[in-house]
Design a protein around this ligand. Structure first.
Ligand SMILES: Nc1ncnc2c1ncn2[C@@H]1O[C@H](COP(=O)(O)OP(=O)(O)OP(=O)(O)O)[C@@H](O)[C@H]1O
Ligand SMILES: [Mg+2]
Length: 326
């Protein structure tokens, strides 16, 4: 079922609690699709990057070839935050009077570790990866960090475009006020250098700031369009068949619904086999009870169960064999 989903979409996100198998299952799906002849890009958005560990090689912020048809990259949050803050800092310096510059620098330094900063920066990189990769690749698969983080990330495009919109409006208001003040005390000797109350240099600077803000807003709007379009994108929740993970999955599903993100598939990973001894059989029965809760809460969402393998899934050949059973 995961393979069918991969064949019908351009973008897939894999999310869920820590350790449930997001990296394993997203990689297996990416390989399965690549093996069927598609060109796939696998992207880790998790700061703890485990694609490199899984494939036992260094993977950086530029795509590297994993196997025929499959490239992978790991988004570097620190690098992304630096680029992001530098741009914000530069545009704020241009936007605000010189007397406020040291205040801005202080604020930017504090922002580096502010909640949401890494997510916002990552979101911008996700938008870039989709923009840059959507023509080259048939499918882009995102292996994301544990649930809370992912859900926040998914609603961010809306928040971010509202934020830039607010900034633009505030700027326009401030401009009108400045113009009014200028007109009150108009000095006729200055008149020849001004156009509509602002000097040409001011106007040029303003349009540059506006361009930066509008570009960022457009980026988030595009991302929003892509990820909320059910024809193009879908979110896969990976979970374990246990009580809390099931309840958290239902909650995550609702958060994603509110953010207009389609969830078409749930993957219940590491299921205990039914007939491999009494202990595992009992575990299997217990799991069925938890899965009934899931079924009742989300009756229309397809489910794929993947059994617990006797070995950890490490290395490309282990992922390849898991890909065979999707
Ligand atoms: N079906 C399976 N059978 C056996 N082991 C599995 C299975 N799926 C995943 N694993 C193992 O479980 C561990 C966690 O898997 P994985 O790294 O894919 O989880 P994750 O959700 O990406 O974790 P994190 O939240 O830390 O990113 C790994 O050691 C992996 O090999
Ligand atoms: Mg992982």
């Amino acid at each position: 079922m995961l393979l069918e989903l991969a064949q019908s979409k351009k973008i897939l996100f894999f999310g869920g609690k820590g350790g449930v198998g997001k990296t394993t299952v997203s990689s297996a799906t990416a390989i399965a699709h690549a093996n069927s002849g598609a060109k796939v890009l696998l992207v880790s958005t998790d700061p703890a990057h485990n694609l490199g560990h899984l494939f036992d090689r260094t993977i950086g912020s530029k795509p590297v070839r994993i196997t025929a048809g499959l490239d992978a990259l790991e988004l570097d949050p620190a690098e992304t935050v630096n680029v992001h803050l530098k741009e914000i800092s530069e545009s704020l310096h241009e936007l605000m009077p010189v007397t406020l510059h040291s205040e801005i620098d202080k604020h930017i330094a504090l922002s580096r570790n502010a909640p949401g900063m890494h997510e916002a920066a990552l979101l911008e990189r996700i938008a870039d990866v989709i923009e840059e990769g959507k023509d080259e690749y048939d499918l882009i698969v995102f292996d994301t960090a544990p649930s809370g983080h992912t859900a926040r990330l998914m609603v961010l495009p809306e928040m971010m475009s509202a934020w830039t919109e607010g900034l633009i409006k505030r700027k326009e208001k401030a401009d009108r006020f400045a113009e009014f003040v200028r007109e009150l005390g108009q000095d006729t000797s200055m008149e020849d250098k001004t156009i509509g109350g602002a000097t040409m240099a001011e106007q040029e600077r303003e349009s540059k700031i506006r361009r930066i803000l509008l570009r960022r807003r457009r980026k988030f709007e595009h991302l929003r369009e892509h990820i909320s379009d059910p024809e193009q994108a879908s979110f896969v929740i990976v979970l374990a068949a246990e009580r809390l993970p099931v309840l958290e999955t239902i909650e995550l599903y609702e958060q994603l619904q509110q953010a207009n993100i389609t969830v078409e598939c749930l993957v219940v990973n590491k299921r205990a086999p039914a007939n491999s001894g009494e202990f595992l059989h009992e575990r299997h029965t217990q799991e069925e009870i938890h899965l009934q809760t899931l079924e009742q809460a989300l009756p229309d969402i397809k489910r794929q169960d993947i059994f617990l393998q006797s070995q950890d899934v490490v290395g490309i050949s282990a992922v390849e064999s898991l890909a065979q059973i999707l």
